[in-house]
Design a protein around this ligand. Sequence first.
Ligand code: HSE
Length: 431
Amino acid sequence: MKSINVGLIGLGNVGSGVFKILEDKKGLLSKKIGLKINVKKICDKDIVSKRNVSVNKGLLTKDVKEILNDPQIDIVIELIGGIHPAKEYIMEALKNGKHVVTANKALLAQEGKEIFAYASERAKNIYFEASVGAGIPIIKSLREGLVANRFYSIFGIVNGTTNYILSEMSYNNLTFNEALSQAIKKGFAEKDPSLDIMGIDSAHKLILLVYLCFGRLVSLDEVFIEGISEISLLDVSYAKELGFEIKLLATAKKQRDELELRVQPTLIPKRHLLSSVGGVCNAIFVSSDLAGDLLFYGPGAGRMSAASAVVADLVDLTQDIKAGLFKPILNILSDTSIKRLRKIEDSISRYYIRFMAKDQPGVLARISGILAKNNISIASVTQKERKKASVVPIVMVIHEAKERSLRLALEAIDRLEVIKQKSIAIRIEEL
Ligand code: HSE
């Protein structure tokens, strides 16, 4: 049986999982694909520490050139993450005629244009299933399964860490800091969870999904991004009372000739399936013209789940190599009906708002007066406590309003002497 030689760069969590699958399922995979996948070399900075898989010492190297310059290696798997030197390794692999598998969403979101163009120039394939939703086959579904569709929207819960934190706040009444500590203790959060908490990781994933659905590779600064660190247990609880869950939602919505892109904490009605996506699970809800509304759901992080996606890419590549297929990632047609990206100030939505105000006559009248002046209509109001001469939360839901009007109104309201804390506004997505 013919062999395809693979070089693996990065024997960390996911890399060791990939090696384990290739060892454990060697027989099954070669029966299914009619080829042997042979890991010829593994490169890592650390070739001494024990991994939870046994690796023949002869396979290990610290010198990446032993992979990049080996003419017998057909496929390079990059699993080191980060921008540099991952980018240089991938470019060198493509230059030397190798196909590439990567899970590196940050790199592709930031440098995808150059990398995809170079892969196309060299007629090499680049696969990146594990970069979004780990083992959920969302990339393949969008590229192949839904190839004949036009897309209207993508709503994704695409970060396991933040979803775990928000779920713990909602289900177990933990504060943000308690939930974050628990995520770190249980090993769900990255060593530095700031990219997750700030919404950057979700934005990287949204950029890749948007590329596959709408054919535009936007840059990070074209996505409006807000993280979850300002979300308090108070808001999670009030939202629940109103029939919503708060989720960090990555959204791409086509409206007429504009595309709205944002990652932000969002209230999702409990009747929608996305509201019940809990813990480290991810879910991507796409609306398309032919296949309709589809939900992709499953563990969005984790060693074997991500490794499963890498192996799937590897198998696809073996078939491409066998058939001599070049599948350019650049041939995704852009949706030409989209003329521009919508400015966040022009986005329209219902909102949940919490004011912290003095409990005295006339406060509500002053707040609602400013809202009315900005053309904002109130749907419901609840004062959550009664504490004479003290500060109480006032929770409002407003009808659809332009973000620009809401910001102006909140600035004016927050200047009132009866308002004692910065007001909180969280978007409501009807879906
Ligand atoms: N840090 C990511 C998450 C997993 O929490 O979902 C890798 O994409």
